[in-house]
Write a protein that binds this ligand. Structure first.
Ligand code: MG
Length: 249
């Protein structure tokens, strides 16, 4: 396994790509409302991306047909935006990647449509908390497994499960670089982290169990028990001190 270590200059470019992703995700989050079709979010993502001079990471990737992944309720990831209408009480995961000056940024968040149940709110907060805890574990001298174990413990100790078949990943000139970063694992195992490594950490957390199934369109991934799922992701860089979130505003 070889993990690409980036120079300061490369990370500066990734910061630009990351800002674009963060800016557009924030715009999309504010647009989510009952009655809209999920494809409307994709249209906004595509036009904002063009306006900011970047290209989509996802569109065309292994044939994925859209700029944005929109996954609703029991859909975990890789939902294709379309005619589906969002209703009050739904939760929507938006996953978005952009390429700028040769480097990718990748981030995701889950947002409620109008007012949502306390259970859904708790799930969203827990998933975001798991991501934050995982990010905090990404320091030089610790191991990749420490990130995985931290995310797993955060979610499971609160009564949730983490999806196992889909993982975070290295990121840079390629959207998916080595290593894969599972959201479960053993502390103290795996490669040592070094300054300049850049990762997309992305816990997917379910209210029910962790098993998944792929939908008829061969893209969208559901929880197999139909329970709600949330997804948060940031692209980060390991530094000498606290990790830097590259997909922050
Ligand atoms: Mg990703």
């Amino acid at each position: 396994m070889s993990i690409v270590v980036k120079s300061d200059q490369e990370i500066a470019t990734m910061r630009q790509a990351g800002r674009i992703v963060a800016t557009i995700l924030e715009t999309l989050k504010l647009q989510v409302r009952p009655g809209m079709k999920t494809e409307e979010l994709d249209v906004i993502a595509a036009s904002e991306l063009a306006r900011l001079g970047a290209r989509p990471s996802f569109k065309g990737y292994r044939g994925f047909p859209a700029t944005l992944c929109v996954s609703v309720n029991d859909e975990i990831v890789h939902g294709i935006p379309g005619k589906r209408v969002l209703y009050e009480g739904d939760i929507v995961s938006l996953d978005f990647g952009a390429i700028f000056a040769g480097f990718h940024g990748d981030a995701a968040l889950t947002v409620g449509v109008g007012s949502i149940s306390p259970e859904a709110k708790q799930l969203i907060e827990t998933t975001e908390g798991a991501l934050k805890a995982g990010i905090a574990a990404a320091r030089p001298g610790t191991r990749l497994g420490d990130i995985s174990a931290t995310i797993q413990h955060y979610a499971e100790s609160r009564g949730y499960s983490v999806v196992r078949e889909y993982t975070g990943h290295g990121i840079g000139r390629e959207m998916h670089e080595e290593p894969q970063i599972p959201n479960f694992g053993l502390a103290g195992q795996g490669p040592l982290l070094k300054k300049g490594m850049t990762f997309a950490l992305e816990p997917m957390v379910n209210i029910g169990d962790w098993h998944t199934r792929v939908g008829d369109n061969h893209w969208v991934v559901f929880t197999s028990d139909g329970s709600l799922s949330a997804h948060f992701e940031h692209t980060i860089a390991v530094t000498d001190a606290a990790p830097e979130i590259l997909t922050a505003l």
